[in-house]
Design a binder for this molecule. Sequence first.
Ligand code: DC
Length: 226
Amino acid sequence: MSDLRAVITVDGPSGAGKGTVCARLAEQLGWSLLDSGALYRITGLAASRKSIEFADESAVSAVAAGLDVVFEPTPTGVKVVLEGEDVTDIIRTEEVGSLASQVAALPPVREALLQRQRDFAQAGGLIADGRDMGTVVFPTAPVKVFLTASAEERGHRRYKQLLDKGFDASLPALIEDIQARDERDSNRAVAPLKPAEDAILIDSTELTIDEVCEQVTGLVRKAGLI
Ligand code: DC
């Protein structure tokens, strides 16, 4: 594996604030960012566009292994280009999220994406955002964070996001959905969502994004990485 002196892993359930925190930290530190969820989303999208049945694990993993994808940093965030097409917005839809969670449950797909994820650590510092960054992809990373928040708080955040985008939503249904997803993610056979043994737990329920970033930066400093 490549030099992991400067890899920070941030794992946790969706809605805990990982995406925002990781993007901000990468910018503040001038480090690279691995959004591993995006790789599963892109794989789901690419396989579905090729009309591949998700039951055909080897065909889906061939798509994952051969993804023609480029992550282009821009002043407003990372632009995701799949086979020459800007798919930045499409991969964030609920529909592609559902495709992602189906392909993420296939062991050969996870295997196919492993090296691609590790390759992000080749140059300079890296913030790796996902579910199994500290347990599977970068088990020897010097700083591991498990970022969580209560299901109620994550439901509220999602609710607000949907309303801001002009969508209608039911808060109790969202919270129930999050609880069901937590249960599935934590108990699945392959790469279940769980903190690495040496991960530091941060509960963002009562914290602002800035406060979470400060705590993580403190850990990075303590580890002598900055
Ligand atoms: O974080 P996200 O919502 O973009 O992730 C999309 C899906 O991929 C979600 O179902 C969890 C899964 N995932 C995973 O299994 N392992 C990762 N390292 C990242 C995401």
